[in-house]
Design a protein around this ligand. Structure first.
Ligand code: AMP
Ligand code: ZN
Length: 458
């Protein structure tokens, strides 16, 4: 089966062909760990997880690298504003390193809750300063850099393909309000190394051939991805907001430093989660964390299911109502699956449905279509080996479709069940029935079987 992926570089669906046989290298831009990652951020990582699961399903051996940005990401994605980590450290009165470790830990817990497979390699920007300095030195030797009063910059006029990913019309870019030129030669030039304004004031700063300071945000991704995946690799992912600045700059500096074109063969971008039609943000709302959804009685996998209902390249509108719909659908789906009879020992996977499913996932990760195939399968009374087929599909969905729900049985219900057991043992069936009614009124059911009493939710 051919896997087709939509490549932002060239804006086309293309057949996926790895550089090294069945081995695939993927780099995903990870979180900036100054605060919790919200459900919008997490949509991006669910998309990367689906990509990885599809590749694994297709028999590829995936090496997945994800960075942790713990220095250098300024409050604007360009080169102005404060360092997000330093700002948070000052505000919380803590060490930047402790803040980074704290939010990174929460992020990994969210991964577990959402059934996102962890990357093979996590890499922190602050632990790769040497590699970043080496890369800047390489660019300097090749004549791509220049110095201003606040740092070392890349001269983008020296790279003719600068706008190729974002389809930017570089010449047409006006020195608008959003792009400050300052000492820069060109509006699109970006910082590779920033000088500390005042030595000793920042928590995180390092010596470099150019003076004390810290790396720019973009250089970390080029330095770390090449360290772990080589100077040319297969797939790079991130959210759609990274196209015009962060990924454009990553490509620029990497292609100039390593001399390989394209530096990365496939660029995949996840569309935003929106709230009231706009990217979720502090001012617009919808900025929930997974823990906050849990407090509202939503399970993380219900959020995952919600995300799978939208294609990764289409913006997805978040609202509590939409999340409720997803929650109800997933619950219904799991109820149907749990009531399916066990597969016959000799029954095989249903080839027809599996093929339809595989066509969907290999067509640029069409998960809404794949879900519709699953729904058709569970409702089809004639389908073969349903449980086996669902299990196979769940390797990609990651929804724990066959996992029994752990139900919390309230103490009151437990006591009534025990009383009912006693009544049954003494053959007091009237009392036993009355107790069953009471249990039902509390929303639970009891069923007697050979293996004992089974309690379930009504
Ligand atoms: P950050 O921690 O700001 O670097 O963002 C982490 C990831 O989340 C990046 O890949 C962003 O592109 C992505 N992202 C940010 N906001 C959203 C959103 N509303 N929907 C989907 N992805 C987002
Ligand atoms: Zn990055």
């Amino acid at each position: 089966m051919v896997l087709k992926l939509f490549n932002t570089l060239g804006r086309k669906k293309q057949e996926f062909k790895p550089i090294h046989g069945k081995e695939v290298g993927i780099y995903t831009c990870g979180p900036t760990v100054y605060w919790y990652q919200h459900i919008g951020n997490l949509r991006s990582y669910i998309f990367a997880d689906i990509l990885k699961r599809v590749l694994i399903y297709d028999g590829f051996k995936v090496k997945h690298v994800m960075n942790v940005t713990d220095v250098g990401h300024l409050t604007s994605d360009a080169d102005s504003g404060e360092d997000k980590m330093e700002k948070a450290a000052l505000k919380e009165g803590k060490k930047a390193e402790d803040i980074a470790n704290y939010y990174w830990k929460i992020f990994r817990e969210d991964f577990k809750k959402l059934n996102i497979i962890e990357p093979n390699i996590w890499c922190k920007a602050t632990e790769h300063i040497k590699e970043q300095i080496e890369l800047i030195k390489k660019l300097e030797e090749k004549g791509y850099t220049y110095e201003t009063s606040d740092g070392i910059y890349f001269d983008t006029s020296k790279y003719k393909d600068y706008g190729k990913l974002a389809l930017l019309n570089v010449k047409g870019l006006e020195a608008g309000k959003r792009i400050e030129v300052g000492d820069k030669r060109n509006k699109t030039d970006f910082a590779l190394w920033k000088f500390s304004e005042e030595e000793g004031k920042r928590q995180q700063e390092w010596k470099s051939p150019w003076g004390i300071g810290f790396p720019g945000w973009h250089i970390e991704c080029s330095a770390m991805s090449s360290k772990y995946l080589g100077e040319q690799f297969d797939i790079h992912t991130g959210g759609e907001d990274h196209i015009p600045i962060h990924h454009t700059n990553e490509i620029c500096q990497s292609e100039c430093a390593f001399g390989k074109k394209p530096w990365v063969n496939y660029w995949l971008h996840g569309a935003f989660l929106t709230f009231k039609g706009e990217k979720v943000s502090k001012s617009k709302g919808g900025l929930f964390t997974i823990s906050e959804l849990e407090e509202k009685e939503y399970k993380p996998l219900e959020y995952r299911y919600f995300c799978l209902n939208g294609h990764y390249r289409t913006q997805l509108e978040f609202s509590i109502e939409n999340l409720d719909n997803a929650k109800n659908s997933l619950q219904r789906l799991k109820r149907i699956i749990s009531s399916l009879p066990k597969d016959n020992e000799n029954s095989k996977i249903d080839k027809k449905y599996l093929e339809e499913f595989e066509n969907a996932i290999n067509d640029d990760l069409d998960m809404p279509k794949a879900l519709s195939v699953l729904w058709k399968l569970v409702r089809d009374e004639k389908a073969e080996g349903k449980i086996k087929t669902i299990k196979k599909m769940d390797e990609v969905f990651g929804l724990d479709l066959l996992k029994k729900e752990e139900i919390k049985i309230p103490h009151e219900v437990q006591k009534l069940v025990e009383e009912r057991e006693k009544a049954r043992k003494t053959k007091d069936f009237k009392k036993s029935d009355e107790l069953r009614d009471k249990i039902n009124k509390l929303g639970f059911n009891v069923a007697d079987s050979k293996e004992g009493v089974k309690i379930s939710k009504l």
